[in-house]
Design a protein around this ligand. Sequence first.
Ligand code: SF4
Length: 134
Amino acid sequence: MNSVEWESLCDGCARCCLHKLEDEATGEVYYTRVVCRYLDEQTSTCSDYKNRNKNVPHCVHLTVKNIDEFSWLPDTCAYRLLSEGKDLPQWHPLLSGSKETVAQAGIGIKDKVINDRYVHPDGYEEHIIHWVGQ
Ligand code: SF4
């Protein structure tokens, strides 16, 4: 798979830009509705993609080489599905031919999140959500 094909797997849902909490005892990951301050919510894209690892040192960089580490990604994410040997859903843009189907399927995060500028890191637990499957 070349880099263009790899990038095309991303459906643009931006769910990976949500802050997550991990239960240290069980390793379970909980998604919150608190989103990275660099996400442009209107377009669901990073507003400073080129410098994302400088702006947010722990920002994830998904590659074929670290595919084994994708279990924390949302269960709808194509990279996770690929790592688990599963098929893409019908709403995925590569199958539907349109990015609109991501929003139509309720996968996007637009209007469902709160920017991390407005939430103290100690308060993320209050914003745990269950609409992102794990
Ligand atoms: S969760 Fe997966 S499909 Fe959605 S934006 Fe992140 S990398 Fe792309």
